[in-house]
Design a protein around this ligand. Structure first.
Ligand code: NA7
Length: 536
């Protein structure tokens, strides 16, 4: 029989998304007393909170899953190439049930603080309702895109209609029929919402600050033949995704762009375009990231594809990105997104040309005019990488606040641990590829496995603490920055660089050295008996 509930654990996990669920499975498997705390009332993480209309994965379903159980791989069937939110949420619920994970999850529990006690080498984790838990290890699986940003527009409280942020969408849904709807934001999320609700709303006003390059998604349904094909290929796919640049089953084109004749370049670009996936970006030409001239040529190719779909040239001028190069920000996939602006009930407002001044009782006022609205949707993104962690009061050795420390310089060791915070592990944290340059499940499973092995190693040694040395942390930060500065990405403001949050120190938050290379470095650390980590 299970042990009587107790408030003392070997490991506490925060967050029941993709990494938290798997971390629970692994730590429990090695015999630890584990408790997982989740703010929501069910599992799913990103796929629990982001239930806005049109929410969909931009990774192929057959690699957006867990690899640890052959039975799971054999029994689950994905309905299409890029499944919608509800299907991914169903999958994660199935996993939670299949492996009885809920037994060790406490829902409706938001963690407020995590304080390290140096004399005991243990953490005290406290919930918002004041419950406290004692644990040797803490694994923060709080997500890299889970702290929503609502810009502090004046007059927010005066609005008589409904206001939503996409990342906190109500479970019961929203009725748009006949309504005047405004959407602020045209990132990956805004694009999905806009293209989905445009045909059903009375009138849609899109408030766009920066236009984005986007690739038309090809999303075939899967049938029995596809499923049996994937099932045969799963072992190979599992190995493949761990070695590519971005954790997908495709990788960069082998041949340098500059060595190709113009016709060949064009043929390859057309092929990549027709694939209807992110391969155009992270499985195409690596020069997109490193060579400004090549980037500009590929950007031109994408711009002409976009322009061709918009009837009104003046609207096209607003929608075609010119202020940044293709792929230097996250490239969304879209489905008839640009055609939305050919509709009579859709209006595009460039808020760089007419500033948003305030939210009024009846809508939104820019420097040019007031737009009457019944519903206002913030698709304004997240405090990426750091936000979910710094919203918890994390204090390490000497009571040092993580939030304070990161307000000057974000630092981690491989995104897995932080110097000054013994026995604290993180997934999806800054300075790893996970949030920006990875098919997320690939990176999260690799991180969870690494954390699991590290904890097992420490326990086998009888060690009470694991912590990266200051030297190791500096070395990783230096390497991270060196790799980042070899690319064009840090030069373009976006959530990748923290530019979407006022006062956030500018730096590329995600490691861009490649998923394969990152994994290899993590493996080397492990093989060396965790060189660079004090295990005492
Ligand atoms: P993003 O990609 O950060 O997009 C947020 C959008 O909201 C973007 O278009 C912003 O314009 C816009 N925004 C943010 N603040 C404002 C203000 N104050 N005024 C006007 N417009 C604003 O978030 P998403 O949720 O779309 O996607 C996040 C990731 O989730 C995505 O990349 C995937 O990996 C999954 P800006 O571009 O900053 O000018």
């Amino acid at each position: 029989p299970p042990e009587a509930p107790s408030k003392t654990y070997d490991a506490v996990i925060v967050g029941a998304g993709i990494s938290g669920l798997y971390q629970l499975y692994r730590l429990r498997e090695q015999g630890l007393r584990v408790r997982l705390f989740e703010a929501g009332n069910s599992v799913g993480g990103t796929w629990y909170w982001n239930r806005y209309p049109g929410a969909r994965v931009d990774s192929q379903s057959y690699i957006y899953q867990y690899w640890f159980s052959d039975e799971l791989l054999q029994e689950w069937t994905w309905s299409e190439r890029f499944p919608a939110q509800a299907e991914v949420e169903r999958y994660l619920n199935h996993v939670a049930d299949r492996f009885s994970l809920r037994d060790d999850i406490q829902f409706n529990t938001r963690i407020r603080s995590a304080h390290y006690d140096e004399t005991r080498g243990r953490w005290t984790v406290t919930s918002e309702s004041g419950e406290s838990f004692d644990s040797q290890f803490v694994v923060m699986c709080v997500g890299g895109l889970s702290a929503p940003i609502v810009p502090p527009f004046r007059g927010h409280e005066n609005f008589k209609g409904q206001i939503f942020h996409t990342g906190r969408w109500p479970k019961e849904g929203v009725d748009f029929a006949g309504k005047r709807v405004g959407v602020i934001g045209t990132g990956a999320t805004g694009i999905q919402v806009i293209q989905t609700i445009a045909p059903t709303v009375g009138h849609l006003t899109v408030f766009q600050r920066t236009p984005n390059y986007a690739i038309p998604m090809r999303n075939p349904k899967y049938g029995a033949e596809d499923h049996s094909d994937f099932r045969q290929r799963y072992p190979a796919l599992k190995a493949r995704v761990q070695s590519t640049f971005a954790g997908f089953d495709y990788d960069f084109h082998g041949k340098p762009y500059r060595e190709m004749a113009p016709e060949e370049r064009n043929r390859v670009l057309e092929e990549l375009w027709a694939d209807g996936s992110l391969s155009m970006w992270i499985g195409g030409f690596s020069e997109v990231f490193t060579d400004a001239e090549v980037n500009e040529e590929i950007s031109k190719f994408v711009r002409s594809k976009i322009r061709a779909r918009i009837n009104d040239p003046a609207v096209a001028d607003k929608l075609v990105p010119t202020d940044h190069g293709f792929g230097t920000r996250r490239v969304p996939l879209e489905t008839r997104y640009f055609e939305v602006y050919n509709r009579d009930n859709v209006e595009l407002v460039d808020v760089k040309a007419e500033r948003i001044e305030e939210i009024t009782a009846n809508g939104l006022r820019t420097s040019a005019r007031e737009y009457p609205l019944d519903v206002l949707i913030f698709a304004t993104g997240f405090d990426a990488g750091t936000g979910a962690l710094t919203s918890i009061d994390v204090r390490g050795r000497g009571g040092k606040s993580l939030k304070e420390s990161w307000s000057k310089q974000v630092h981690t060791t491989m995104g897995l641990q932080i110097n000054g915070y013994p026995n604290l592990f993180t997934t999806m944290a800054p300075l790893a590829p996970a949030a920006a340059f990875c098919n997320v499940p690939t990176c999260l499973q690799q991180q969870v496995d690494w954390i699991n092995d590290c904890i097992r190693y420490a326990r086998a040694k009888g060690a009470s603490t694991v912590e990266p040395t200051a030297e190791m942390e500096t070395r990783w930060l230096t390497h991270h920055n060196e790799v980042a500065n070899m690319t064009l990405v840090p030069k373009t403001p976006s959530w990748y660089t923290g530019a979407n949050v006022d006062g956030k120190p500018p730096m590329l938050l995600s490691y861009i050295g490649g998923v394969g290379a990152y994994r290899q470095q993590c493996e080397e650390v492990k093989a060396s008996g965790y060189a660079g980590f004090a295990i005492e």
